[in-house]
Ligand binder design. Structure first.
Ligand code: C2E
Ligand code: MG
Ligand code: MG
Ligand code: MG
Length: 291
């Protein structure tokens, strides 16, 4: 009897394993067509200068509008896109869309806002990345300094020498580089000075418990101190509470993003958000210069 039960459990286990693989295969198959079927969309999350409260740029975040599943999280499909190599063609589309969009916004508002694009491991280590970035910048007519690439530290540690070379070539183009999810990987601090980067992004996991967890606060503060010594900028991500924002602002964190300021928004809503914010900014700035 016990043996039967065991066998059933095993069968059940096996079946659910197969189901999962089958699910993934289906998803993977759908993903192959997502780009050509126009199911991919970039959302944009505003980034603020925490001292002046002005918008300085946006992070582009990919969304997949699946016809049956609805919105699929990038945490689910980016790894699939990586495995299958689809990330390379998707990545080019992401870069081009983000560059076109920042140009549209900057032209509309007469600003120099930047757009941050996430680059995944396979994309970064692909031989053609630098050429792809250069081509997209040329085609879209976007000044190189409007584009920032976010790279995670674990991605850089995979092959440090070639990572440094790729980063040098990107920097030579004039593109800005940021380390995403800083503090969550295993990078040795000694490499940091070899990376030609502009900024560090404090991971949301440290911002979450900033006010209640002494170690998270210590990590955030050390990151700020390190960045200031090394002349790097800091962007804090995942700011959800006013107290977190105040804390970071008081400790000299220049930039931030998070639900408190705005969720990632589809283009039309982000355009609206900017129009309102810019009107406020202008009103505030002119009233400051009046007084
Ligand atoms: P990430 O680059 O670290 O992006 C930050 C994530 O935190 C985003 O999740 C964003 O929506 C979310 N977030 C921002 N502020 C808050 C907040 O206040 N509270 C909470 N709870 N979450 C916040 P998202 O959009 O689901 O993206 C997840 C990850 O997927 C990204 O992490 C990035 O690694 C990857 N990803 C997203 N878009 C792209 C892309 O276009 N290309 C590549 N290669 N990866 C992408
Ligand atoms: Mg990012
Ligand atoms: Mg991040
Ligand atoms: Mg993150």
């Amino acid at each position: 009897k016990a043996k039967d039960a065991g066998r059933n459990t095993y069968k059940f286990y096996e079946r659910s394993m197969n189901l999962k693989t089958h699910e993934l295969l289906l998803l993977e198959n759908d993903l192959r067509h997502a780009l050509s079927r126009d199911q991919l969309e970039l959302y944009y999350q505003p980034q603020l200068d925490l001292q002046s409260n002005c918008i300085v740029g946006f992070e582009a975040l990919l969304r997949w509008n699946h016809p049956e599943r609805g919105l699929v999280s990038p945490l689910e499909f980016i790894p699939l896109a990586e495995e299958t190599g689809l990330i390379v063609s998707m990545g080019e589309w992401i870069l081009r869309s983000a560059c076109r969009q920042i140009r549209t916004w900057n032209e509309e508002h007469g600003r120099q806002l930047r757009v941050a694009v996430n680059i995944s491991a396979r994309q970064f280590h692909h031989y053609d990345l630098v050429h792809c970035v250069e081509k997209v910048l040329e085609q879209t007519g976007v000044p190189t300094e409007w584009l920032e690439l976010e790279i995670t530290e674990s991605l850089l540690m995979y092959d440090i020498q070639s990572s440094i070379e790729t980063m040098m070539r990107l920097k030579k183009l004039g593109v800005r580089l940021a380390i995403d999810d800083f503090g969550t990987g295993y990078s040795s601090l000694s490499y940091l000075k070899k990376f030609p980067i502009c900024s560090l992004k404090i991971d949301k996991s440290f911002v979450d418990d900033l006010l209640t967890d002494a170690s998270d606060a210590a990590i955030a503060e050390s990151t700020l101190a390190l960045a200031s010594k090394m002349d790097l900028m800091v962007v804090a991500e995942g700011i959800e509470q006013q107290e977190q924002l105040d804390y970071l602002q008081q400790r000299g964190c220049q930039f931030g993003q998070g639900y408190l300021i705005s969720r990632p928004l589809p283009v039309a809503q982000c355009t609206q958000f900017c129009r309102e914010r810019f009107t406020e900014d202008c009103a505030r700035q002119s009233s400051q210069s009046d007084s």
